[in-house]
Design a protein around this ligand. Structure first.
Ligand code: ATP
Ligand code: MG
Length: 684
């Protein structure tokens, strides 16, 4: 039989991986290879190949690091299947593989098995901020915030807890390795974590980490493990270098002998150790099974031009420890990546905005271009510049629409209706009512959480005398939402109408915020139920948009701003890496252990390897550093990142902007003006 046409688009190694056993007994497979070598493409083809060879799509589980990445991969797979099987019967529309993030898939499975594991299936999910609030509540209740002076703040407590859970490590070890200044508090922290876990259970809420932890616990229970493992013939994971111990333990419990398991990744792109990810997972994968996993390596890069690749290889070449080999590309080009010196971040923003427009003039879509940065706040000057010039953009990995106070308020009401034991949600909504203080709220919630029928307890609760009317409206809204009277998604409108008077009381810019709420209603109508809406929104919020009218429609053209972390796996024709200077890459925070420095080097490698044709690393000579409150913010004189050494400069083209002559022309001496005198005159 002639090979299917889709196999012929692959190179020999990719094909080996795609064709590696299609039955559920196929042995474990690891694809480990550098950036742009087609790992994700190979995984998508493998999913398609399995389906073409009659694997049941519903018994395939595909996991990636973002829902966006998962749906992109499913689209690729679907196209391949459609082409291979012809239009008829080719679509995956009615029997889709399970695709998503570990957390998203965990949430679905936990809900499926909720009753078996003694969990109320109506559970709600806390995002990081809610979790920190609950941790804080527990901290107060234990008196740790008062008696224990300088006890770690709520965010630190949560970070320690989360790290211990994800790394599957004892608290003492986490403290020693990552939080040495908190080491004296290990006993109190353990008591706090016990109280936190108890509070979550009482209130029927799960935090992000629980979505993995419950799943891992389920997988350790032999009867459930067998059932779970038997649900999926094939489990495939992308970006495996950024998984943590807990995620690895879930995979091993699902497929103890590795049969049907495929993982792909690149150790040189491991950038999530601050979330307890460990590159050991990918390096240890082959030996976890007997016989060991088959290893496929790829060495041809299809993404970038050879000069870009040479520069990226040089940067990663100096890293201490690395498994994957250097890549090659047959995409020739005369254009080396550029190191662009500019005066400061303002000039950097102007340079990028102008270059983006020039590229568009030359026929490159805005969408084919991206600016990447270390930390979300680094894009602020560029955001202003783009807005000023009316260049539409979308920002990934930044402050999320859903983090806005008013959006969280409305969601809190929906969450409280979904699960009236969710104390953090209840607290947030009740505090919106004028005349209802924290003490009344706490008392009411205590009664609600303890009652067998929490909504009845809420209805029966005494109305606070100074808020009778608002209270009645609130109780009525919760009751009708829980009864599901309005139906989905109409009830979001009901919640919004309840909330609007409060919005107007609290915020001056209520009209702008009201538009966000309408947009939320719009987003809600895309989900089948309240439960799915709340779960998916908490796990994978829509990306922040450049203006309050929401993300541009998909068919519009917009420039991309993204943190490097969120740019993982993606590619653009032109990439601008902002602030390629010491103090930023590596960041001041990262200047610590050599392991941290190594991670920063990999981060730069990830950024550089996103570029297909045109890579520019920006070097502002002056750079604004946000400091701890004590030291104050300041400008520092910055120098090129230490990861690009003098010996590597021949891989780059160095230039300054604006060119020296233009700058001196622009700086003609101006006639002096006494502004101070004018200002004094204003008050005369
Ligand atoms: P990263 O490490 O950044 O996640 P990756 O290894 O997953 O990269 P892909 O994103 O799968 O790489 O592929 C990079 C680019 O190369 C994509 O544009 C893809 O379409 C293209 N590509 C991959 N394999 C082939 C091939 N055999 N022939 C032509 N193009 C290919
Ligand atoms: Mg990829």
């Amino acid at each position: 039989m002639p090979a299917a046409a889709y196999l012929e688009t692959l190179n020999a190694e990719q094909r080996l991986a795609v064709e590696h056993g299609v039955g559920s007994t196929a042995g474990p497979l690891l694809v480990i290879a550098g950036a742009g070598s087609g790992k994700t493409n190979t995984l998508a083809h493998r999913v398609a190949h399995l389906i073409v060879n009659r694997a049941d799509p519903r018994r395939i589980l595909l996991m990636t690091f973002s829902r966006r990445a998962a749906s992109e991969m499913m689209r690729r797979a679907e196209r391949v299947v459609a082409r291979a099987l012809g239009g008829a019967g080719g679509g995956l529309a009615d029997s889709l593989p399970w695709a998503g993030t570990f957390h998203g898939v965990g949430a679905r499975l936990i809900r499926d098995y909720a009753e078996t594991i003694g969990l109320d299936p109506q559970f709600t999910i806390h995002d990081r901020e809610d979790s920190a609030d609950l941790m804080n509540l527990a901290r107060h209740e234990l008196g740790l915030s008062k008696t224990a002076k300088r006890f770690p703040l709520k965010g630190t407590c949560l970070a320690i807890y989360s790290r211990a859970v994800n790394a599957q490590a004892p608290v003492e070890q986490v403290l020693g390795q990552a939080f040495p200044w908190c080491a004296a508090w290990s006993a109190e922290l353990k008591a706090l974590f016990a109280a936190y876990v108890e509070a979550k259970q009482r209130q029927n809420v799960l935090d992000y980490d629980d979505l993995l932890l419950y799943w891992a616990q389920m997988a350790q229970e032999p009867s459930i493990a067998a059932d779970l493992g038997a649900r999926f013939d094939h489990v495939l994971v992308d970006e495996y270098q950024d998984t943590n111990r807990l995620q690895a333990s879930i995979l091993l419990a699902l497929k103890p002998d590795g049969r049907g398991l495929t993982v792909v990744g690149d150790d040189a792109q491991s950038i999530y150790s601050f979330r307890a990810a460990t590159v050991r997972n990918i390096l240890d994968f082959p030996k976890s099974f007997s016989p060991p996993a088959k290893i496929v390596t790829l060495d041809r890069n299809y993404r970038s031009t050879q000069p870009i690749l040479e520069a990226a290889n040089a940067v990663i070449g100096l890293s201490a420890e690395r498994f994957t080999k250097n890549l090659w590309s047959d995409r020739r080009s005369d254009r080396r990546p550029r190191l662009v010196s500019v005066r400061d971040e303002g000039e950097q923003a102007r340079y990028v905005a102008e270059a983006v427009l020039e590229n568009r003039e030359a026929g490159q879509k805005l969408k084919a271009q991206a600016a990447l940065f270390r930390t979300s706040s680094h894009s602020a000057p560029l955001e202003l510049e783009l807005t000023r010039r009316n260049i539409p953009f979308v920002k990934f990995g930044g402050l999320k629409f859903l983090d806005a106070a008013h959006v969280k308020d409305l969601l809190a009401l929906l969450r409280f209706a979904q699960n009236p034991r969710d104390r953090v949600a209840g607290f947030r909504v009740m505090q919106l009512l004028p005349g209802v203080g924290p003490a009344t709220t706490a008392r009411t919630l205590d009664a609600v959480v303890a009652a067998p029928d929490p909504v009845a307890a809420l209805v029966a609760a005494a109305s606070p005398p100074r808020a009778a009317q608002d209270w009645a409206a609130f109780v009525e809204a919760v009751a009708s939402l829980t009864r599901g009277q309005a139906g989905w998604p109409a009830e979001v409108g009901l919640a919004r109408r309840w909330y609007e008077p409060h919005l107007e009381r609290v915020h001056d810019d209520a009209t702008v915020r009201a538009a966000d709420l309408l947009q939320l209603e719009q987003i809600a109508s895309g989900y089948p139920s309240r439960e799915r809406f709340l779960t998916e929104l908490t796990l994978d919020p829509p990306d922040a948009a450049s203006d309050e009218s929401g993300p541009p429609h998909l068919d519009e053209d917009y420039f991309i701003l993204s943190t490097i972390h969120s740019a993982k796996g993606q590619e653009w024709r032109s990439v601008f890496v902002l602030n390629g200077v010491d103090g930023c890459m590596p960041s001041d925070l990262g200047v610590g252990t050599s392991a941290e420095i190594e991670e920063e080097r990999r981060l730069l490698y990830v950024a550089m390897t996103r570029a297909k044709d045109d890579l520019r690393i920006m070097l502002p000579q002056r750079f604004f550093v946000h400091q701890q409150a004590a030291r104050g913010d300041r400008h520092v004189y910055a120098s090129r990142t230490r990861f690009i050494t003098a010996a590597m400069l021949d891989k780059f083209e160095s230039c300054a902007w604006p060119p020296a002559s233009a700058e001196s022309a622009a700086r003609r001496p101006l006639a002096p003006v006494d502004i101070g005198a004018r200002m004094r005159a204003m008050w005369r």
